[in-house]
Design a protein around this ligand. Structure first.
Ligand code: SF4
Ligand code: SF4
Length: 315
């Protein structure tokens, strides 16, 4: 795989500094029931990297110490970690909003039969990747049979109230483009998803997040192989919108890897670019990072291009 960090490090992207941390985004391990070709952490059933009990306990302590309002749990399939449910319960007991980056098919894995009920009981927001509303595109990207299982999972979540008005159970979907172009208008795409999923499968959801592809890891490597890296970077630069700078997620989010190391965002985690000073979760018990510099590079143009892009979709 081509490393793209050397192509990104010399950058004129504006300097950024942190504000108060609102969201702790924690990758609790690389084990997953799927092996998607595009997976940026190469997750799969044989991966053994899982967050330790000690670091899971630290997550709860940091949420309390820094008065962080949202815990965003990711992986792998985070639900496969034996400590996932205890982590969720501990955060909810503190009044923290919890988001589960759920691949949907996990609901049908052995031992996960009651997962949907657990998520509903704990009022966990479900954020699920669904790169298209057609079988062919989803199965091509995420594996054979994934589309049908994803649809069945969404129907199961809907039956519990997820995505339904007034239920308070939030179900959001995530889209990212299949190639080197920016996502279409989020509102229009959301309308398309709503119509297609409702008409064909009776599925409802709250919002669709349209995310731009970052020129890093597997996607970046493919761009290099195809000789498209410079053109894609030019597209991101040409689409720069300064208005998006205020909303980039790294201002209010910290990303944590399975070993407890801190990054300014998940993309920097994927690039192995740690926060200045190479800090660990335990360091957040005594300092809050407010006003500290963010490690920006050219991939940051992916967050400010066009309508802007973050873990919560367009800015
Ligand atoms: S479901 Fe997500 S974590 Fe699992 S292999 Fe696919 S992209 Fe990776
Ligand atoms: S890539 Fe990360 S560090 Fe750069 S602007 Fe986006 S969120 Fe911030």
């Amino acid at each position: 795989m081509h490393e793209t960090l050397p192509l990104l490090e010399i950058s004129d992207f504006p300097a950024l500094r942190r504000e108060k941390i609102d969201t702790l985004q924690v990758n609790i391990g690389y084990r997953c029931n799927q092996t998607c070709v595009h997976c940026h952490v190469n997750a799969g059933p044989t991966r053994t990297e899982m967050m330790s009990e000690e670091n899971l306990a630290l997550v709860s302590e940091v949420l309390r110490a820094r008065e962080i309002s949202t815990l965003d749990v990711t992986g792998g399939a985070p639900e496969l970690h034996a400590g996932f449910r205890a982590l969720v319960r501990a955060a909810r007991a503190q009044g923290v909003h919890v988001m589960d980056r759920c691949n949907l098919t996990i609901l049908f894995e052995p031992g996960q039969e009651d997962l949907a009920e657990f998520l509903a009981q704990n009022r966990v927001e479900v954020v699920a990747s669904l790169p298209c509303y057609s079988l062919d595109n989803v199965d091509k990207q995420r594996g054979k049979g994934v589309f049908d299982k994803s649809i069945a999972a969404l129907q199961q979540l809907n039956a519990l109230g997820y995505g339904k008005p007034g239920s308070g159970l939030v179900l959001n979907l995530v889209y990212n483009p299949q190639g080197p172009f920016l996502p279409p208008n989020q509102q229009m795409l959301e309308a398309d998803y709503r119509r297609e999923l409702s008409e064909h499968f009776g599925i409802v959801f709250n919002h669709l997040f349209a995310l731009a592809n970052m020129p890093i890891k597997r996607f970046g490597s493919t761009l290099v192989s195809k000789g498209q890296f410079a053109d894609y970077m030019q597209l991101l630069r040409d689409s720069y919108s300064a208005a998006n700078l205020d909303g980039v997620m790294c201002r209010s989010l910290v990303s944590v890897d399975w070993q407890g190391n801190l990054y300014d965002c998940d993309f920097n985690q994927q690039l192995g670019v740690a926060v200045p000073g190479n800090m660990h979760l335990r360091d957040l018990l005594r300092q809050d990072l407010r006003n500290s510099p963010i490690r920006v590079a050219d991939h940051c143009y992916g967050c400010t291009a066009g309508q802007g892009s973050s873990c919560g979709g367009a800015l």
